[in-house]
Design a protein around this ligand. Structure first.
Ligand code: SAH
Length: 280
């Protein structure tokens, strides 16, 4: 098989797992590998402080003192109760060398691992901003729920490693949540750049990505080690398949998008709290 044909069939497999099937079938398949536990402890993982602090306020959380996750881990945690659930929010902290937020997959995997170990959540939510695909119905400040998480910038054309590179994970199926809050849904694709190459774009299109960001697939990888259910709530700051560069739109819309998250996140927490995984 030619390399491009082989890749297309591998990508087609990935898309079928992430997007395929009806709600009932998806939930049954998911429960074959995950406990149908009741959601009592919720862990929110958020990369940037500007995204995290409005959520901390909206959920009425307080900084954990002394720190639950000890230095030198750079992350910060906030805890409290909301809607009957115990809620922990962990943001990734600042880069030692530059002082900016620790965005991207490396801090995401580290923070997710340490936070799941420390807080033993029933479910993990990767929350934050993302670029949205207009071709998949995304508009600025829309809030999306993930159906799956995948990487678009890990190209390893060696048998076995090709699939590892794509690193696709199913999100916990949430058909009732999506309907109750009228949220859009789709595949979240992650990579370590705010922009993209032509090859990244080809993969994002093949994966039928609805939103593009820099952390979700890494959070999903860590959550999978613990067999902990995970999904994403992502608010759109910029249009990936639009005319303007992401950084321009990102800075312009960060505030609007953070407000949308601040409004929706408490409703998501209230909806999932006390429900079983099969009821989401
Ligand atoms: N310029 C920003 C840096 C943000 S980095 C600043 O000055 O603060 C981008 C962050 O937003 C990451 O956490 C990523 O997950 C998310 N993000 C939003 N839009 C994105 C896009 N189009 N592509 C990749 N990541 C995006």
């Amino acid at each position: 098989m030619a390399d491009s044909t082989k890749r297309e069939s591998l990508e087609a497999d990935v898309v079928t797992t992430l997007n395929g099937g009806n709600a009932e079938e998806l939930q049954q398949a998911y429960l074959a590998s995950h406990d149908d536990r009741t959601v009592r402890v919720i862990l929110l993982l958020v990369a940037m402080e500007a995204e995290a602090m409005p959520m901390v306020t909206a959920l009425g959380l307080h900084a954990d003192e002394p720190a639950v996750i000890a230095p030198p881990a750079p992350c910060h945690s906030f805890s409290g109760e909301h809607g009957g659930a115990q809620v922990h929010l962990v943001c990734f902290g600042k880069c030692k060398a530059t002082g900016v937020d620790n965005v991207g997959t490396v801090p995401a995997a580290l923070t997710a691992y340490l936070a799941i170990q420390a807080f033993k959540p029933d479910i993990v939510i990767s929350a934050g901003t993302a670029g949205g695909f207009r071709s998949r119905g995304a508009a600025i400040a829309d809030v999306f729920v993930s159906t799956g998480m995948v990487n678009h910038d890990r190209r390893i054309p060696i048998p076995g490693f090709d699939k590892y590179g794509i690193g696709a994970f199913d999100a916990v199926p949430t058909p009732r949540l999506q309907k109750a809050l009228s949220l859009k849904s789709g595949v979240v694709t992650s990579g370590n750049s705010l922009d993209y190459t032509a090859e990244d774009m080809a993969r994002m299109v093949q994966h039928e990505a609805a939103v593009k960001e820099m952390e979700a697939a890494a959070v999903a990888w860590s959550a999978d080690l613990f067999a902990c259910p995970v999904f994403c709530i992502k608010s759109v700051t910029d249009i990936v398949d639009g005319e303007r560069p992401a950084q321009e739109e990102f800075l312009e819309n960060l505030h609007k998008s953070a407000e949308a998250l601040q409004r929706v996140l408490p409703l998501v927490v209230e909806f999932i709290s006390g429900k079983r995984i099969s009821e989401l």
